[in-house]
Design a protein around this ligand. Structure first.
Ligand code: FMN
Length: 148
């Protein structure tokens, strides 16, 4: 077990046109930096919307999130969850990327489900259910990454 592990999920909207090339560039930057900082996670893209999970030590996740937050390629960044976690879900991916612009094989229905779950978790009255929703989102992430 890793001590001091945290995870963070945010959603955002694309501020530039997201082509395969743009998505591949974001993936390459993330793979390099996340590998250097012990960050694992997944980035989903669908119809102009991003959803990203980052996992790692508190300092590494906060530093990476701050950098991503200031990136002009996206806007309307909403922090959906941030908190301690007992283990990594994506221990093998520094930066898994799935989405309609990048990886056409991602099941669009599962992607839609994950984005809907994220919206539910963002409602103020959903706070108590956040853990359950995050668990379900992660299950869906796993399904999606296996299917791709
Ligand atoms: C949607 C989105 C997700 C990103 N995810 C990551 C990430 O997980 N890790 C990362 O280092 N950079 C990520 N980036 C890129 C950073 O914002 C930034 O451009 C990059 O880390 C700068 O790399 P450099 O410091 O090597 O120049 C992301 C950018 C966008 C738009």
């Amino acid at each position: 077990m890793e001590v001091g592990l945290v995870h963070l999920v945010y959603s955002s909207r694309a501020a530039v046109e997201i082509t395969d090339a743009v998505l591949a560039k974001i993936r390459d930057e993330g793979m390099r930096n996340n590998g250097d900082h012990g960050i694992t996670g997944l980035l989903l893209y669908r119809d102009g919307a991003f959803l990203q999970l980052l996992e790692g030590t508190h300092d590494a996740v906060e530093q990476t999130y701050r950098k991503i937050h200031d990136d002009p390629r996206h806007t309307d960044i909403r922090l959906l969850f941030r908190g301690p976690c007992s283990q990594r879900t994506y221990s093998y991916y520094n930066m898994g990327v799935l989405g309609s612009a990048g990886d056409g094989s991602a099941d669009p229905e599962i992607l839609t489900n994950i984005f809907e779950l994220a919206t539910q978790a963002d409602r103020p009255d959903a706070r108590v259910e956040t853990d359950a929703i995050l668990g379900e989102m992660i299950n869906q992430f796993i399904k999606l990454s296996r299917a791709a």
